[in-house]
Design a protein around this ligand. Structure first.
Ligand SMILES: [Zn+2]
Length: 290
């Protein structure tokens, strides 16, 4: 079974992770633009980051047989820096036109400041103009209120719920997200927030419709194999293969295909002789060529 991790920050992961992910069956990923652990001080740093998501990172994934897509957006933490925010908002329309960009994201609330709301609203409008879905981050503190406020804003802006993926859900938020008509993402973390076992219970209770599972792996303590690990536990717990495939492949495909840019047609053949701007992922190893 091919697996899809619809939310993973590969820029902060190693080639060992790519190898393990490929071996575990992950065939496609979406890397949302996000913050990098500390605030950027120049708009140009965003531009180089966006270019690396479209360039080097997509190439790196391809060298391990993984199809890489990304989302572009200004994250809520850095939205609070008005000088940075204005410059990034100016850049975004250009990057939303690029191949392989399958949504606006990740956007949303963090501290739920008025500035965050202004930038979030502007980016939802950008998504509408570019006919793209949105990938929405919900706050880790005060999650229930943050999620409700997100759903209220989408409704007030009359943004089509079928084009909105609201992420980082838990037992307290999933019902309201599903009731709104939006898609509900779940980030499976080591020890905190949401784990494989709780996810299995959520699937047993709420089913598979518009439900997604991701690792949200980044530079912190996280695990890029959480999608395959959750699939394995679902199997062990008697959830049928068709449901597992719906959650871990068909649902992310259906959601991001709405961008018109989710090109999964040809099989991903690995050719590690390939170079990106003269650079390879290899350091003297024999290239793998399928
Ligand atoms: Zn993220």
């Amino acid at each position: 079974m091919r697996l899809f991790d619809p939310h993973i920050h590969m820029t902060s992961r190693t080639t060992d992770d790519y190898q393990a992910m490929s071996k575990a069956g992950i065939a496609a990923i979406v890397e949302p633009a996000f913050w990098l652990g500390q605030p950027r001080t120049h708009v140009g740093s965003f531009e180089d980051y966006f270019l690396s998501l479209l360039g080097w990172e997509r190439f790196r994934a391809s060298q391990f047989g993984i199809r890489h897509f990304c989302t572009m957006g200004l994250n809520p933490k850095e939205a609070n820096d008005s000088k940075i925010a204005a410059g990034v908002m100016e850049l975004l329309p250009l990057y939303l036109e690029k191949d392989g960009v399958v949504a606006v994201g990740e956007i949303g609330y963090d501290d739920m400041t008025p500035t965050e709301e202004k930038i979030l609203t502007a980016q939802i409008e950008l998504a509408r103009e570019h006919a793209l879905p949105v990938l929405i981050h919900t706050p880790h503190r005060d999650k229930k209120r943050g999620t409700q406020r997100t759903l209220d804003l989408l409704r007030d802006l009359a943004f089509p719920p079928a084009l909105a993926l609201v992420d980082h859900n838990n037992e307290e938020t999933i019902q309201s997200v599903l009731d709104s008509g939006c898609w509900a993402g779940h980030s499976i973390y080591p020890e905190t927030k949401m784990d494989e076992r709780r996810m299995v219970e959520i699937v047993k209770r709420y089913g598979t419709e518009r439900v997604l599972i991701n690792s949200a792996a980044d530079w912190g303590v996280s695990d890029p194999l959480k999608v395959p690990k959750t699939a394995a536990l679902m199997r062990e717990e008697g959830i049928d293969e068709a449901s597992i495939e719906t959650l871990c492949w068909h649902n992310p495909v259906a959601f991001f295909a709405q961008s018109g840019r989710l090109d999964l047609d040809e099989e991903s053949k690995v050719d590690q002789r390939a170079l990106f701007e003269g650079n390879s992922v290899l350091r003297g190893q024999t290239p793998r060529v399928d």
